[in-house]
Ligand binder design. Structure first.
Ligand SMILES: *Cc1c(COP(=O)(O)O)cnc(C)c1O
Length: 226
Protein backbone atom coordinates (compact mmCIF):
# COMPACT_ATOMS: atom_id res chain seq x y z
CA UNK A 1 0.00 0.00 0.00
CA UNK A 2 1.18 3.55 -0.72
CA UNK A 3 2.16 5.35 2.48
CA UNK A 4 0.35 8.52 3.47
CA UNK A 5 1.81 12.02 3.51
CA UNK A 6 1.73 11.92 7.28
CA UNK A 7 3.66 8.62 7.39
CA UNK A 8 6.19 9.94 4.89
CA UNK A 9 6.66 13.12 6.90
CA UNK A 10 7.17 11.33 10.22
CA UNK A 11 9.61 8.88 8.62
CA UNK A 12 11.70 11.71 7.11
CA UNK A 13 11.51 13.89 10.21
CA UNK A 14 13.04 11.07 12.26
CA UNK A 15 16.15 11.11 10.08
CA UNK A 16 16.81 14.83 10.50
CA UNK A 17 19.02 15.94 13.40
CA UNK A 18 17.55 18.53 15.80
CA UNK A 19 19.97 21.23 14.69
CA UNK A 20 18.99 20.88 11.02
CA UNK A 21 15.92 22.78 9.79
CA UNK A 22 13.54 20.82 7.61
CA UNK A 23 11.82 22.87 4.93
CA UNK A 24 8.82 20.89 3.67
CA UNK A 25 8.66 21.75 -0.03
CA UNK A 26 4.94 21.86 -0.80
CA UNK A 27 5.04 23.24 -4.34
CA UNK A 28 2.34 21.84 -6.65
CA UNK A 29 0.59 20.27 -3.63
CA UNK A 30 -2.80 21.44 -2.41
CA UNK A 31 -3.59 23.13 0.90
CA UNK A 32 -5.12 19.89 2.31
CA UNK A 33 -1.79 18.09 1.90
CA UNK A 34 0.06 20.95 3.58
CA UNK A 35 -2.36 20.80 6.51
CA UNK A 36 -1.63 17.09 7.01
CA UNK A 37 2.01 17.95 7.55
CA UNK A 38 1.17 21.10 9.54
CA UNK A 39 -0.93 18.98 11.88
CA UNK A 40 2.16 16.86 12.64
CA UNK A 41 3.84 20.03 13.94
CA UNK A 42 5.73 21.19 10.84
CA UNK A 43 5.76 24.99 10.45
CA UNK A 44 8.38 25.68 7.76
CA UNK A 45 7.19 25.22 4.16
CA UNK A 46 8.88 26.01 0.85
CA UNK A 47 7.31 27.18 -2.39
CA UNK A 48 8.81 28.04 -5.76
CA UNK A 49 6.11 30.04 -7.56
CA UNK A 50 4.98 33.48 -6.42
CA UNK A 51 1.32 33.12 -7.31
CA UNK A 52 1.05 29.71 -5.68
CA UNK A 53 2.76 30.99 -2.55
CA UNK A 54 0.54 34.06 -2.15
CA UNK A 55 -2.57 31.92 -2.59
CA UNK A 56 -1.46 29.40 0.03
CA UNK A 57 -0.37 32.16 2.41
CA UNK A 58 -3.86 33.64 2.26
CA UNK A 59 -5.56 30.29 2.77
CA UNK A 60 -3.41 28.58 5.40
CA UNK A 61 -2.62 29.20 9.12
CA UNK A 62 -0.67 32.37 9.81
CA UNK A 63 1.99 30.73 11.97
CA UNK A 64 3.47 28.97 8.93
CA UNK A 65 6.93 30.26 8.03
CA UNK A 66 7.03 30.45 4.24
CA UNK A 67 10.34 30.05 2.46
CA UNK A 68 10.67 31.00 -1.20
CA UNK A 69 13.00 28.60 -3.02
CA UNK A 70 12.35 29.15 -6.75
CA UNK A 71 13.67 31.57 -9.32
CA UNK A 72 12.26 35.00 -8.41
CA UNK A 73 11.55 37.68 -10.99
CA UNK A 74 12.21 41.25 -9.82
CA UNK A 75 8.70 42.40 -10.77
CA UNK A 76 7.19 39.83 -8.40
CA UNK A 77 9.30 40.60 -5.34
CA UNK A 78 6.65 42.96 -3.94
CA UNK A 79 4.07 40.19 -3.62
CA UNK A 80 6.11 38.08 -1.21
CA UNK A 81 8.23 40.56 0.77
CA UNK A 82 5.37 41.46 3.15
CA UNK A 83 5.22 37.96 4.65
CA UNK A 84 8.06 35.69 3.48
CA UNK A 85 10.44 34.40 6.21
CA UNK A 86 13.40 33.46 4.03
CA UNK A 87 14.21 33.81 0.34
CA UNK A 88 16.67 31.04 -0.61
CA UNK A 89 17.11 32.02 -4.22
CA UNK A 90 18.88 35.36 -4.59
CA UNK A 91 20.69 34.74 -7.88
CA UNK A 92 21.65 38.21 -9.11
CA UNK A 93 22.78 41.56 -7.70
CA UNK A 94 19.74 43.10 -9.38
CA UNK A 95 17.35 40.81 -7.50
CA UNK A 96 19.19 41.46 -4.22
CA UNK A 97 18.81 45.23 -4.71
CA UNK A 98 15.14 44.89 -5.58
CA UNK A 99 14.41 42.86 -2.44
CA UNK A 100 16.26 45.45 -0.31
CA UNK A 101 14.34 48.33 -1.94
CA UNK A 102 10.96 46.63 -1.52
CA UNK A 103 11.73 45.71 2.09
CA UNK A 104 12.64 49.36 2.81
CA UNK A 105 9.25 50.47 1.47
CA UNK A 106 7.56 47.93 3.74
CA UNK A 107 9.73 48.96 6.68
CA UNK A 108 10.95 45.39 7.05
CA UNK A 109 14.11 43.35 7.26
CA UNK A 110 14.06 40.40 4.88
CA UNK A 111 16.33 37.38 5.39
CA UNK A 112 17.90 35.92 2.27
CA UNK A 113 20.32 33.25 1.09
CA UNK A 114 22.58 33.61 -1.92
CA UNK A 115 22.03 30.81 -4.41
CA UNK A 116 25.23 29.21 -5.64
CA UNK A 117 25.40 27.36 -8.93
CA UNK A 118 27.56 24.32 -8.58
CA UNK A 119 25.74 21.54 -10.44
CA UNK A 120 26.56 20.52 -13.99
CA UNK A 121 23.06 21.35 -15.23
CA UNK A 122 22.95 24.63 -17.15
CA UNK A 123 19.32 25.10 -16.20
CA UNK A 124 20.02 25.86 -12.57
CA UNK A 125 20.28 29.46 -11.45
CA UNK A 126 22.79 31.06 -9.13
CA UNK A 127 26.20 32.66 -8.75
CA UNK A 128 29.41 30.76 -9.25
CA UNK A 129 31.44 30.69 -6.03
CA UNK A 130 33.97 33.20 -7.43
CA UNK A 131 31.25 35.54 -8.66
CA UNK A 132 29.56 35.42 -5.27
CA UNK A 133 32.80 36.19 -3.46
CA UNK A 134 33.58 39.11 -5.76
CA UNK A 135 30.13 40.70 -5.64
CA UNK A 136 30.30 40.64 -1.84
CA UNK A 137 33.92 41.89 -1.76
CA UNK A 138 33.34 44.85 -4.04
CA UNK A 139 30.08 45.84 -2.34
CA UNK A 140 27.79 45.10 -5.32
CA UNK A 141 25.88 42.96 -2.85
CA UNK A 142 25.76 44.62 0.53
CA UNK A 143 23.54 44.14 3.57
CA UNK A 144 21.45 46.99 4.95
CA UNK A 145 18.90 47.34 7.69
CA UNK A 146 16.33 45.99 5.22
CA UNK A 147 18.14 42.86 4.02
CA UNK A 148 20.18 40.30 5.93
CA UNK A 149 22.31 37.65 4.26
CA UNK A 150 21.74 34.51 6.32
CA UNK A 151 23.89 32.14 4.25
CA UNK A 152 23.98 30.09 1.07
CA UNK A 153 21.67 27.79 -0.88
CA UNK A 154 22.87 25.26 -3.42
CA UNK A 155 21.79 22.20 -5.37
CA UNK A 156 23.98 19.29 -6.36
CA UNK A 157 23.85 17.70 -9.80
CA UNK A 158 20.99 15.26 -10.31
CA UNK A 159 23.00 12.05 -10.48
CA UNK A 160 23.45 8.67 -8.76
CA UNK A 161 27.14 9.37 -8.38
CA UNK A 162 27.51 9.92 -4.65
CA UNK A 163 31.16 10.91 -4.99
CA UNK A 164 30.22 13.75 -7.30
CA UNK A 165 27.35 14.93 -5.08
CA UNK A 166 29.59 14.88 -2.05
CA UNK A 167 32.32 16.85 -3.79
CA UNK A 168 29.79 19.48 -4.89
CA UNK A 169 28.51 19.93 -1.33
CA UNK A 170 32.14 20.30 -0.27
CA UNK A 171 32.60 23.16 -2.72
CA UNK A 172 29.51 24.85 -1.26
CA UNK A 173 30.76 24.35 2.30
CA UNK A 174 34.19 25.65 1.24
CA UNK A 175 32.64 28.89 0.01
CA UNK A 176 30.48 29.16 3.13
CA UNK A 177 33.51 28.77 5.40
CA UNK A 178 35.58 31.20 3.36
CA UNK A 179 32.84 33.85 3.61
CA UNK A 180 32.27 33.16 7.28
CA UNK A 181 35.96 33.75 7.99
CA UNK A 182 36.25 36.91 5.88
CA UNK A 183 33.34 39.10 4.79
CA UNK A 184 30.98 37.77 7.47
CA UNK A 185 33.48 37.29 10.28
CA UNK A 186 31.68 39.86 12.45
CA UNK A 187 28.18 38.76 11.47
CA UNK A 188 26.13 36.92 14.04
CA UNK A 189 23.42 36.01 11.53
CA UNK A 190 25.41 34.46 8.66
CA UNK A 191 24.77 30.89 9.77
CA UNK A 192 22.66 28.99 7.21
CA UNK A 193 23.68 26.25 4.73
CA UNK A 194 20.58 25.28 2.73
CA UNK A 195 21.96 22.24 0.91
CA UNK A 196 20.15 18.97 0.18
CA UNK A 197 16.82 17.71 -1.19
CA UNK A 198 14.92 14.39 -1.15
CA UNK A 199 17.58 12.34 -2.96
CA UNK A 200 20.72 13.79 -1.42
CA UNK A 201 19.88 15.39 1.93
CA UNK A 202 21.67 12.75 4.00
CA UNK A 203 24.89 13.39 2.10
CA UNK A 204 24.34 17.14 2.46
CA UNK A 205 23.89 16.88 6.23
CA UNK A 206 27.00 14.75 6.57
CA UNK A 207 28.90 17.50 4.71
CA UNK A 208 27.63 20.29 6.99
CA UNK A 209 24.19 21.38 5.75
CA UNK A 210 21.90 22.77 8.43
CA UNK A 211 18.79 23.28 6.29
CA UNK A 212 17.28 20.70 3.93
CA UNK A 213 14.49 21.24 1.40
CA UNK A 214 12.43 18.10 1.01
CA UNK A 215 9.42 17.78 -1.27
CA UNK A 216 8.73 14.53 -3.08
CA UNK A 217 9.81 12.22 -0.24
CA UNK A 218 7.07 13.80 1.88
CA UNK A 219 4.32 14.72 -0.57
CA UNK A 220 4.97 12.08 -3.23
CA UNK A 221 5.97 12.61 -6.83
CA UNK A 222 4.75 15.97 -8.11
CA UNK A 223 2.28 16.25 -10.94
CA UNK A 224 3.65 19.27 -12.80
CA UNK A 225 0.64 19.37 -15.10
CA UNK A 226 -1.92 19.58 -12.34
C1 LIG B 1 11.52 21.35 -5.71
C2 LIG B 1 12.70 21.79 -4.97
C3 LIG B 1 13.16 21.07 -3.86
C4 LIG B 1 12.54 19.77 -3.40
O1 LIG B 1 12.91 18.75 -4.25
P1 LIG B 1 12.57 17.21 -3.92
O2 LIG B 1 13.49 16.44 -4.77
O3 LIG B 1 11.14 17.02 -4.28
O4 LIG B 1 12.80 17.01 -2.48
C5 LIG B 1 14.26 21.58 -3.18
N1 LIG B 1 14.86 22.71 -3.55
C6 LIG B 1 14.46 23.43 -4.61
C7 LIG B 1 15.18 24.68 -4.96
C8 LIG B 1 13.36 22.99 -5.36
O5 LIG B 1 12.98 23.72 -6.41
Amino acid sequence: MKSSIKENYLRIKETIPDDVTLVAVSKFNPAESILEVYNCGQRVFGESKVQELTGKYAELPKDIQWHFIGHLQTNKVKYIVPFVSLIHSIDSAKLFTEVAKTAAKENKTVDVLLQIHIAEEQTKYGFTPEECFHLLSDGSIKESENIRIRGLMGMATYTDDEVQIRSEFRVLMGLYNRLKESIFKDSDHFDTRSFGMSDDYKIAISEGSDMVRIGSSIFGERNYNA
